[in-house]
Design a protein around this ligand. Sequence first.
Ligand code: CAA
Length: 379
Amino acid sequence: MQFKFTDEQLMIKQAARDFAQTELKPGVIERDEHQKFPAEQIKKLGELGFMGMMVAPQYGGSGMDAISYVLAMEEISKIDASAAVVLSVNNSLVCNGLEKFGSEFQKQKYLIPLAKGEKIGAFCLSEPEAGSDATSQRTTAIDMGDHYLLNGTKNWITNGGTASTYLVMAQTDAAKEHHGINALIVERGMDGFAIGAKENKMGVRGSDTHSIMFTDVKVPKENRIGEDGFGFKFAMHLLEGGRIGIAAQALGIASGAYELALQYSKERRAFGKTLADLQAIQFKLADMATEIEAARLLCLRAAWLKDHGHPYAQASSMAKLFASDVAMRATVEAVQIHGGYGYVREYHVERLMRDAKVTQIYEGTSEIQRIVISREVLK
Ligand code: CAA
């Protein structure tokens, strides 16, 4: 066992850190305030190869490993968790799904522009009545011979208003329950495709979350991913990798808040000392540093298992479960260390605290992660 990154991994981490400091930090408070999507910054991240990080170069990606992905996600999330979730969905759920299970036609037509960051992807599984209970899909894709007729509504869709390519799970044969679900590639602008109102969220406000409606959308058969009825397994498999991305996002939010609290505690003076001289603050920093390191190791372990072709469902759920709780605790403590300054916008920690909460909710709530972990433990 070696606790050492390669030169390439360290280079990617540094590139992500530099980008976050120079390109993401300047407007992050304003984007959060006004729910503004970081369009320009995502375009640049695409040009730098961060939108299709793990995709093979022949399909427009950067051919990096999952460890590098975790390192980049952490650095970007420290500064802008909204930009990080755009990246996470595009990389883990959309590009990964198309590369692993798409046909050559689908890779050429859809994967290449997504991996190059020329287009943005969205993953449409959740519905008004199918969030955690993902098998209960109400969106229907009726088999019409050469195409599917798609009807229904998807909720909470990250990149909903900015994507061009949507991977949509829909029920084709209800009698087969989850074995009757298909995954279809839907293009923005197909007849009958509509984008609902933007959600006004507590956190990750720069990311763009909408409901998406389908009314008699004709989706060609060639846009079905995998065999008939593969849609549910497809979604579950992708979420295993997606949870590594969200765990790394939570890790970044936690470590971003920690770095700010550490710096502040060295600068701010009270009772004739710096805050860092006070044992009450020292103990808080010690707990934060320890928990963050443990979360980091869980994230890297899940990524390592994925990179080496081992099963990683349990590891990714453990990483997400733990890192998202650490993100909540660390951000609350960071606000506390900042005192009144922590409660106002310009010190960043209150935003990180709001951003942290969603990591316990999306890509499966903490309760869902416990289901996945306990099933593996009890196998
Ligand atoms: N890989 C492949 N197949 C899998 C799988 C995996 N990781 N996990 C489950 N499956 C298969 C099972 O083998 C089973 O297949 P068979 O019937 O052929 O044996 C089938 O899927 C159904 O599995 P379960 O019986 O375990 O289903 P369940 O309903 O009891 O529980 C669940 C499944 C874990 C609760 C699942 O529904 C789940 O993960 N729910 C949460 C959904 C979720 O994470 N949504 C996030 C939306 S995306 C998002 O948030 C993105 C964003 O915006 C940031």
